[in-house]
Write a protein that binds this ligand. Structure first.
Ligand SMILES: [Zn+2]
Length: 290
């Protein structure tokens, strides 16, 4: 400090107060030595607990004013981009009241619930049509006649058909049960991909782009994990499979078996990753006992 370095005396002060039995106060005072050696009387104190403060060097420095470090909060991460709704062409099949009634009766026979409403969809089932045109599949679904294999009403259907050029057609509202997969219709969306084989569909870039986009969008909208996007051929090992009719319990189809679905799900996962959509738990399988 400047005032100590110049012509000011350097102080050495010692004061000891001793209070004797007689109560007399003896005070020792030190000397103040000036730079030139001149002795000056020390300041006396009568206080029994004299406090001597020696100020020297840095200790005399006035307490520094400290400012709390300013912390700048990191900006929150930007929200993930939302997967846009794909372009969907509404091409409904007839679904009059009698078909809704047939659907409710079917649901009662096979699932124990007399409703045509698809509530809380939890599964997405991928199919291929074994045909080469969208219209051949659409026409089959439009007829409300007993199916050729199990001979029941209502007629079979799917919620969507993906054409070879990537056009997505929607045939049925998303809150209506469609007959496309035995054991899962009560809780599954059905997507038909036009093609003669799984390789036919997997090898068509435009169709795959549309199919994977639609599936990812449905997953995001209905909170369906990647593990519950299955091929028709995987239906029996879905934890949601339920079938009351013993004759139908082990019925399934060969379209989109696991090796093909592994490719499909890999592509789907890549799209989900791009939009930071969590894929959810891994594929869950149960023993079908078939
Ligand atoms: Zn199928």
């Amino acid at each position: 400090m400047p005032w100590l370095r110049r012509n000011w005396p350097i102080a050495a002060i010692a004061a000891v107060a001793v209070i004797g039995a007689t109560g007399a106060l003896v005070l020792f005072a030190g000397t103040l030595l000036s730079a030139g050696g001149t002795a000056q009387p020390a300041a006396a104190t009568t206080a029994p607990q004299a406090t001597v403060t020696v100020l020297s060097g840095p200790a005399a420095t006035a307490p520094a004013t400290t400012t709390a470090p300013t912390t700048t909060a990191a900006p929150p991460p930007p929200p993930p981009p939302r997967l846009p709704r794909p372009r969907i062409v509404w091409k409904p099949i007839p679904f009059p009241a009698h078909r809704l009634t047939e659907t409710a009766a079917y649901a009662l026979r096979h699932y124990g619930t007399a409703t045509w409403r698809l509530r809380h969809p939890r599964v997405i089932v991928e199919h291929y049509t074994e045909s080469t045109t969208m219209l051949s599949a659409w026409s089959l679904f439009a007829q409300d006649v007993p199916d050729a294999e199990l001979h029941e009403l209502p007629g079979t259907c799917a919620h969507f058909i993906i054409d070879r050029d990537g056009t997505i057609y929607q045939l049925v509202p998303l809150d209506v049960i469609c007959r496309h997969t035995v054991g899962l219709n009560w809780t599954a969306f059905g997507i038909e991909n036009v093609g003669m084989s799984d390789a036919d569909v997997l090898g068509n870039a435009a169709q795959m782009r549309a199919s994977v986009h639609l599936t990812a969008w449905l997953m995001q909208r209905y909170h369906i994990p990647l593990g519950d996007v299955i091929g028709h051929a995987e239906s029996l090992t879905s934890p949601y499979h339920r079938e009351l009719d013993p004759a139908w319990r082990c019925q399934t189809h060969a379209d989109f078996p696991t090796p093909a679905m592994d490719v499909y799900r890999r592509r789907l996962r890549a799209l989900l990753h791009r939009y930071r959509i969590p894929p959810g738990p891994p594929v869950r399988r149960v023993s079908s006992g078939c």
